[in-house]
Write a new protein. Structure first.
Length: 184
């Protein structure tokens, strides 16, 4: 419920970063999960920052597939997902089914201009030799997919490759995109 107290909290937190009121907490959480499953895992596997991923043709199609699996699971759980990084969730779901890919790509590229070239946290973990959060991102999608009977072949492949990178069996690099696409 929106109250003067909530509005004041939004005003205070807006000094730190974008803040808004929502009545759809689960939809917000799934939107953030979807973004993290796309960007964090692929960055860790490929050693690419956000700008490099945007410039790589193979990354966009993987993002769409990862998002498609995530959003299908959310729908089966009854979650109405909020915009994914500022883009309506249905655009990713439609694109995963082959509809509106060109429009989504344009929106994704435009939205990416506001993100810059930062390094997602999973890439930072890989660079520091730390254990990654892939089990709590893409691995979570795999587990939830099993619960609701939704196959998650792309996210399963992402988890497998990320674990190999984490264990030192694979070196993180763009060549892992080819390995990933061969598995899905």
């Amino acid at each position: 419920m929106r109250t003067p107290r909530v509005d004041e909290l939004v005003k205070i937190l807006s000094a730190v970063g974008p803040t808004h009121v929502t009545a759809n907490l689960w939809g917000e959480r799934w939107a953030k999960l979807t973004v993290n499953c796309m960007a964090n895992s692929i960055a860790g596997i490929t050693h690419m920052n956000n700008a490099e991923m945007r410039d790589s043709p193979g990354v966009f199609s993987l993002f769409v597939k990862i998002a498609g699996e995530a959003l299908t699971i959310a729908a089966r759980l009854g979650v109405s997902v909020e915009p994914v990084n500022g883009i309506p969730a249905h655009a990713f779901l439609d694109a995963s089914r082959g509809v509106g890919l060109k429009e989504l790509h344009g929106a994704w590229m435009e939205r990416g201009k506001t993100v810059g070239a930062g390094r997602p946290s999973l890439l930072q973990d890989v660079m520091k030799g730390r254990r990654t959060e892939v089990d709590y991102l893409n691995g979570y999608l795999v587990r939830k997919g099993r619960e609701v009977g939704t196959p998650t072949p792309v996210n399963e492949a992402v988890v497998g490759i990320a674990k190999r990178v984490e264990a030192g069996e694979l070196k993180p690099g763009p060549e892992n995109l080819k390995l990933l696409t061969q598995q899905v």
